[in-house]
Write a protein that binds this ligand. Structure first.
Ligand code: GRF
Length: 217
């Protein structure tokens, strides 16, 4: 059975979307994979309670309890490594992971970023997209490398920006597609339909189309 560990910091809606897809599509039987743990750097993260409701193991590695980023990452590594994960899914995990952590799981860490990378790396992506006046925005799933929001792109969903949007309305519309595209990307990585090779996400045309979504409004 392939093991997925999810890292969160907050509400955990992306985790729930992936778990719901895994249950609906019976991943444990159809692709031999399951989420085995949800780990948060924040003790109050709502996603922890949701994970417990699914009967999934949870753990907290509170970053505020460590003096340095390295010490936090060492503690996080210990908890994550215990599960021997095949895939680590960052789902609203709001800590930057350094080379020290990332290089211990090469090609095994995924992140979702709420923008069409390489545009709008970093924070406040929806506000910045509106300010920039772009007509389309969206979300990207990528492999995590030490370069912030810079790893190989696996999947993207494109969402229109409407004149009436504020950052919250736009964020809500993007989130719907985050949930769809992330579940697809996790599944494609678990089945081997996508692989990380020489700094690229390698896949065939059919998989590429499966991992590209265009929102309708
Ligand atoms: C999502 O918008 C994700 O793209 C960003 O943080 C948010 C997390 O939401 N990195 P949730 O915790 O999955 O509900």
């Amino acid at each position: 059975m392939k093991k997925v560990v999810v890292l969160i910091s907050g509400r955990g809606s992306n985790f729930v979307a992936i778990e719901e897809t895994a249950l609906r599509e019976r991943w444990s039987e159809t692709i031999g994979a399951q989420i085995v743990a949800v780990i948060s750097n924040r003790p109050q993260a709502k996603g922890l309670t949701l994970a417990q409701e699914y009967g999934i193991d949870t753990a907290v590695v509170d970053h505020t309890a460590y003096e340095t980023r390295e010490a936090f990452e060492e503690a996080l590594y210990e908890v994550v490594a215990r599960y021997e994960p095949d895939l680590i899914v960052l789902a609203g995990f709001m800590r930057i992971l350094t080379e020290g952590f990332v290089n211990r799981f090469p090609g095994k860490i995924l992140n979702i970023h709420p923008a069409i990378l390489p545009s709008f790396k970093g924070l406040d992506t929806h506000r910045r997209a509106i300010e920039a006046g772009v007509r389309v925005h969206g979300t990207t799933v990528h492999y995590v490398t030490p370069a912030l929001d810079g790893g190989p792109i696996i999947a993207q969903a494109v969402v229109p920006v409407l004149p009436s949007d504020d950052e919250h309305r736009l964020a809500d519309r993007v989130l719907i597609y985050e949930h769809q595209i992330y579940a697809r990307a996790v599944k494609a990585c678990l089945t081997g339909a996508v692989r990380c090779e020489n700094g690229r996400a390698v896949m065939d045309d059919k998989t590429s189309l499966y991992l590209t979504l265009f929102a309708k409004v």
